[in-house]
Ligand binder design. Structure first.
Ligand SMILES: Nc1ncnc2c1ncn2[C@@H]1O[C@H](COP(=O)(O)OP(=O)(O)OP(=O)(O)O)[C@@H](O)[C@H]1O
Length: 243
């Protein structure tokens, strides 16, 4: 059973059909991939799921409940968290404070928690403890992407949407990141991964949905996706589909 589901989501920007009747499901305990060439509609779909954008048609369901019209903060409280393709961190704050701030906001909203203790736990879990006191402006992009994930984890999400989280990471950082995501999924988190690093997607995801010009052109296991003629055609001239 999917925890998060989109049903027939459609988004138009003027005459441009950015998302075309997309129906996909994200299951707990699994990493679901969402891939496609540039401009395929991946970020736009994320924006409708998190409430930054109202779709022209379709529904978003969380645990079977229709959340299509809820504002982003309500969705966050229900367990939706995301990271952004363009990093959205406070550059002049330390890694610890960037992570902590999500806990402080949640506490201000009435959630009872020891924010300091939870911050330390999340920093440890995400492998950021050694750089916790550095300003985010002074750390490499690859680690900054993990800070975004850590901040998202401070909201105790049930669903985590990741928009190109491995971009800018070294090979070693990507390996550590892959282990982190595998562990989070093993603990029951439902993860949706938008990523251009296709070998990483193939390695981590149990199911992959492929978008092209806003529409789902294929859904299946990594092997099925790699062998799909539609997917190969969509990627010709852009990237390799093979891992
Ligand atoms: N705010 C906007 N106004 C107008 N058009 C937009 C807007 N946001 C996205 N688009 C268009 O919608 C389509 C889908 O864009 P989107 O960013 O969702 O694709 P994407 O798959 O995330 O691409 P990428 O892999 O490059 O991040 C593109 O044609 C894009 O130009």
């Amino acid at each position: 059973m999917p925890l998060l589901e989109t049903r027939g989501i459609t988004v138009r920007f003027g005459g441009n059909l950015a998302v075309d009747e997309v129906s996909v499901g994200i299951e707990p305990g699994r990493i679901t991939g969402l891939i496609g060439p540039n401009g395929a509609g991946k970020t736009t779909l994320f924006n409708t799921v998190t409430g930054l954008l109202r779709p022209d048609a379709g529904q978003v369901l969380l645990d079977g409940a229709d959340i299509t019209r809820l504002p982003p903060a309500r969705r966050a409280r229900l367990g939706l968290a995301r990271t952004f393709q363009r990093l959205e961190l406070f550059l002049s704050l330390s890694v610890r404070d960037n992570v902590r701030v999500a806990g402080d906001i949640r506490r201000a909203g009435g959630h009872r928690a020891d924010v300091g203790k939870e911050t330390d736990r999340v920093l440890e879990l995400t492998g950021l403890s050694d750089i916790a006191d550095l300003d985010v402006s002074g750390i490499p992009t690859g680690r900054a992407r993990v800070v975004e994930v850590a901040r998202a984890l401070m909201t105790s999400p049930r669903v985590l949407l990741l928009d190109e989280p491995a971009s800018g990471q070294t090979e070693a950082e990507t390996d550590a990141f892959a282990r982190l995501l595998t562990g989070l999924a093993a603990d029951g988190l439902a993860i949706c991964l938008v990523e251009h690093d296709l070998p990483l997607v193939m390695r981590l995801c149990s199911t992959i949905h492929v978008l092209d010009y806003g529409a789902v052109i294929a859904s299946g296991t990594p092997r099925e996706i790699q062998e799909s003629p539609q997917v190969i055609a969509a990627y010709i001239g852009t990237e390799e589909v093979s891992a």
